[in-house]
Structure formats: structure tokens, C-alpha cells
Design a protein around this ligand. Structure first.
Ligand code: ZN
Ligand code: FE
Ligand code: FE
Ligand code: ZN
Length: 266
């Protein structure tokens, strides 16, 4: 049995995470991981919000990952990733970012439904009610599907993040999942089970079981992630996520190196 790699790990450079490179690596070892990756929130070209590194700090980010690599050594390879915010019209910047370092993978995430509204920001949760849950979901999934089709990403993060605070539209939610999964298949893009969802108001992993079953059936690539913002969260709930993935029909997870994926048994 090969434990999945945890590729969705943050650093204090994003201003809302803690832990040194050595502490993150030690936590990964303690959790029994044999591979990990750092993927902090992507910088924007200009000042944007208060939960990401500045573009000027990007070299410090690469040094942070180098320190983690030194700590991991040959027994625990540390990959270089980035959790890239996909924004409408932001393609040129993402292209520049993708060329800024020798990345092993890029995660595509949708947090912002427009320049001033991150759908996962608890301070802005009222906007979901104001716009309506159905409309918020429509917008979120349209942008998420666009992110997949952009072709920039190796896998996409927390597919149904829009449910974070416990808002679900009525009816069969496969109407949202299906176009995204079709885009994943066509673009050969993978997605993650993000275990952080179990610790939010929605109290389920991202994405929901219904999405997982369809994605497994369609043969989409899978990664399991903790989205840890501190050492104690590395590989959190991985056993539970592996059981869930297996129940839904997955048999493999992916490893990434230099933007190429390779499957290992779940
Ligand atoms: Zn974060
Ligand atoms: Fe995220
Ligand atoms: Fe994250
Ligand atoms: Zn995230």
C-alpha cells in the first residue's frame, strides 16, 4: 500500500498559515507520507488581498521549498507546486507564473467569483444569501469549469468549495458536476479530494460523494490533499479520504513531477 502524496500544503508566506519547512516535513514523516508538495496561494502581479505572498516574495517561496527539500532528502521528495487562483481574464498572468519556476504541478482553484468576492471568505458569507444559493452555485461552477478548460492546471482544488458554509441548492446536484467532469476528462486534468471540508460548516470533504462517483466512472485522475495551513494538519483524515475514494470506485492516486502525472495504487 502506497500512501497518497499530500500536495496541497501552505506556508507562512500567505499570511494565514504557520510552520517552518522542517516542521512541515517532520509532520509529513510522522504521518507516514513518502512524498509531499508545497502549493501556497499564488501571488498576483499587483497587491490584491491580504492572504497571499507578494510577487516580490516569490523567490523567498522557492527558497522555503528548497529548505523543505533539504529536510526531506531522498526518503521524502518535496515537490514544488502553487495553488493558482483562477480569475476571469487572468490568463496572461497565470502563463507568466507558470514559467517563473520549475514547477512539478499547478493546482487551479476558484475562490473569487469576482475581484472583490472570495466565496470562501466568512466575512462575505452574506453575499451568498443576497445573490441566492442557486445563482452563486451557477457562477461558481461556470468559473470552475472554465478553470479546468484553461489548460493551465495539473489538478483542480476543492471542486465544490462553494458549499463551504453549508449552502446547497435544491435538486440533483449532478447538473453542476457533469460539465466539470466532462472538462476534466477532455483536458486530462485531475482533481483533489480536499479533506479540509470535513472541518468546515459543510462537514463533508470537497467534493461530495456524488461528484466522486461520477468522476471515478469517467476515469478522472485523483489526488488526496489536506490543504494544511499548519504542521498538525498535514495528511489529516487521509485514511478516511482513501476509504471514501475506494468506496466511490477509485483505485489509484497520482504523483506529479515536472508537470507529468503517474498513477500509483490507492
Ligand atoms: Zn489558505
Ligand atoms: Fe483554496
Ligand atoms: Fe489551499
Ligand atoms: Zn485551498
Amino acid at each position: 500500500m502506497t500512501p497518497p502524496a499530500d500536495y496541497h500544503l501552505h506556508t507562512p508566506l500567505c499570511r494565514h498559515a504557520e510552520g517552518s519547512p522542517e516542521q512541515m516535513v517532520a509532520a509529513a514523516r510522522a504521518a507516514g507520507l513518502v512524498e509531499m508538495g508545497i502549493s501556497d496561494h499564488s501571488p498576483m502581479r499587483e497587491a490584491f488581498d491580504d492572504w497571499r505572498m507578494d510577487w516580490a516574495e516569490f523567490p523567498a517561496y522557492c527558497e522555503w521549498v528548497e529548505r523543505a527539500r533539504a529536510a526531506g532528502g531522498a526518503s521524502l521528495p518535496v515537490r514544488l507546486g502553487l495553488e493558482v487562483d483562477y480569475l476571469e481574464g487572468g490568463e496572461a498572468w497565470i502563463e507568466e507564473l507558470a514559467a517563473a519556476a520549475e514547477f512539478d504541478y499547478l493546482i487551479g482553484s476558484v475562490h473569487y467569483l469576482d475581484e472583490s468576492w472570495a466565496v470562501d471568505d466568512p466575512r462575505l458569507v452574506d453575499r451568498i444569501g443576497a445573490l441566492g444559493v442557486e445563482e452563486t452555485w451557477d457562477r461558481y461552477w461556470a468559473l470552475f469549469t472554465k478553470a479546468i478548460r484553461s489548460g493551465f492546471f495539473d489538478f483542480v482544488g476543492h471542486p465544490d468549495l462553494v458549499k463551504k458554509f453549508g449552502h446547497w441548492p435544491t435538486g440533483d446536484l449532478r447538473r453542476y458536476y457533469e460539465p466539470a467532469i466532462e472538462a476534466l476528462v477532455e483536458g486530462q486534468v485531475a482533481f483533489e479530494i480536499n479533506t479540509a471540508g470535513w472541518h468546515k460548516d459543510c462537514a463533508e470533504a470537497y467534493p461530495a460523494r456524488g461528484f466522486l462517483e461520477l468522476a471515478a466512472e469517467a476515469g478522472v485522475g485523483l489526488v488526496i490533499s489536506s490543504d494544511a495551513h499548519r504542521p498538525g494538519e498535514v495528511a489529516r483524515d487521509f485514511d478516511r479520504a482513501r476509504r471514501l475514494a475506494a468506496e466511490c470506485g477509485f483505485q489509484e492516486t497520482l504523483r506529479f513531477e515536472r508537470r507529468a502525472g503517474r498513477a500509483v495504487p490507492l
